[in-house]
Design a protein around this ligand. Sequence first.
Ligand SMILES: [Zn+2]
Length: 131
Amino acid sequence: MTKKQYSEKKLEKFREVIITKMNSVATEVGSIQDGINTSKNPNGALSQDSIYSVHMADAGTDSHEREKSFLFMTREDKYYRNLTVALERIESKEFGTCVICGELIPEERMLEVPNANKCVACKTKDKLNSV
Ligand SMILES: [Zn+2]
């Protein structure tokens, strides 16, 4: 069984896409963190203080929003880690190769699930075996 691999050129393209995704996740998470910090510190900037007072009337919604942000960040954090794994696999040239059958995992799937290490066929088989 010979393992198939994406060409250097393709891997380079994937790397670019992944780094772009990582940057946008970092920016999004950063702006949400800013938002959470602001609502936790109502005595910060004067303008933020007045915004906070308005929100106080609707405290329930506010904590709900915060919870939503938290869930979002947990998900983004996981996604970010997946991207890191993908980047490591590009470095070690394992990226895009199914660990079970050694076939190439389709490009569309790698863009959707950058840390995938099994092709859909093997993943499906894997699932059936584990049930
Ligand atoms: Zn496979």
